[in-house]
Design a protein. Structure first.
Length: 366
């Protein structure tokens, strides 16, 4: 039975020493060589032949294998072949043969078998330590190069992904500018992350991070209400709750109202994230505007009544308002709402509003 200078598992510590598996059937020589390696700062695991070495490899991941060639049961050549064929995780581990034969035939045979180096008995300990150190250094350089190459490829993938994401985002921006309703996206701090062209044209002073910039006329009541609803929407976004509220503001021309629909998005970022948390949709609010029934039927297979109900939701009407306007019960409105969700593949009122209000201008027939 062989002895090892440390307990299993090896290589477990943060500052673990390099582990050398030393395979030698002569006990005296094995102990002397092991002592030299230990004194040089290595952790040594000892085996008396190839079979014991394979058993130890089940619990040991050496940094180098130093192995005699002529041994009982399993010799060095067979151990080398078995390790290379069955242990892919040890393919880069240096394998150094130790033998009493100094003929070139044995050296060539060992090289062909896949040995990385060759030491001849009687052992020159200085040469042995220099060989071990050189092989370990070479293995470290190879592994560092592989890690660097993987990191480089990873960075290239990230850059390529970012370029694709930027291109996709620009395409979305262009699409949003085709939408007739104003769209404004806010982050968790209430800052504006995006506003489409329709939103900018609906707001007299343009879009700025200030909440009151969304009001085309001076209205302290509207600004306070908008601020409160925005904070509630941001909180709902952070908590993963559905949230939709509607505000109405008379425009300066006195012709129609500006309907502001505030919807919480499913944000996952932190408080400092610039991820959109709230979507605000701005529309003219003309509840007498005909619903684009043909488009909704074609795109979502809605019935005429479902199309009118869906469009009413998009115009900012509440379920009770829809029931009163259409002369139907609240239960019937809820029934239509479930069908609309199913056919449009939405599951929240905010998603439905966003879907309908972002229909391209060409799809919304007069």
């Amino acid at each position: 039975m062989t002895e090892n200078n440390s307990d299993y598992p090896h290589n477990a510590g943060k500052l673990a020493k390099p582990v050398i598996l030393f395979v030698e059937d002569e006990q005296d020589l094995r102990e002397v060589v092991a002592e030299e390696l230990i004194d040089a700062g290595y952790d040594v695991v000892q085996a008396c032949d190839g079979e014991e070495a394979m058993s130890l490899l089940a619990t040991t991941l050496p940094n180098l294998i130093l192995c005699d060639i002529t041994m009982p049961r399993m010799d060095g050549y067979e151990l080398l072949r078995t390790v290379r064929e069955t242990r892919a995780d040890l393919l880069d581990v240096p394998f150094v043969f130790l033998t009493a034969h100094d003929g070139s035939e044995k050296i060539v045979q060992g090289k062909h078998a896949g040995a990385d180096d060759y030491l001849v008995k009687p052992i020159d300990f200085d040469l042995m330590l220099a060989t071990v150190a050189a092989r370990l250094r070479q293995m470290t350089l190879v592994r560092d190069k592989i890690v660097a190459d993987i990191h480089s490829v990873g960075q290239s993938d990230v850059q390529a992904h970012d370029a694709i994401a930027r291109k996709a985002f620009n395409s979305v921006i262009k699409t949003f500018d085709l939408v007739s309703s104003g769209i404004v996206l806010f982050d968790v701090l209430g800052g504006v992350r995006f506003a489409n062209q329709a939103a900018k044209s609906l707001v007299a002073e343009g879009i700025t991070p200030a909440l009151d910039a969304l009001t085309p006329v001076s209205s302290a009541h509207f600004t306070r209400a908008f601020s409160v609803l925005m904070q509630e929407a941001i909180l709902a976004s952070q908590e993963g709750r559905d949230y939709t509220e509607v505000l109405s503001l008379a425009q300066t021309d006195g012709v129609r109202n500006l309907v502001v629909t505030i919807c919480a998005l499913e944000a996952t970022g932190t408080e400092n994230s610039d991820e959109p948390a709230v979507a605000v949709f701005l529309s003219g609010g003309d509840h007498g505007q005909p619903a684009p029934i043909k488009s909704l039927q074609t795109m979502f297979d809605l019935t005429p009544t479902e199309s009118r109900v869906a469009w009413a939701f998009a115009q900012g009407l509440r379920p009770e308002d829809i029931a009163r306007s259409f002369g139907i019960s609240a239960t019937t409105v809820a029934f239509h709402k479930r069908n609309i969700f199913q056919k449009t593949h939405t599951n929240r009122q905010a998603d439905l509003i966003a879907l309908l209000l972002t229909m391209p201008v060409s799809a919304q027939e007069a």
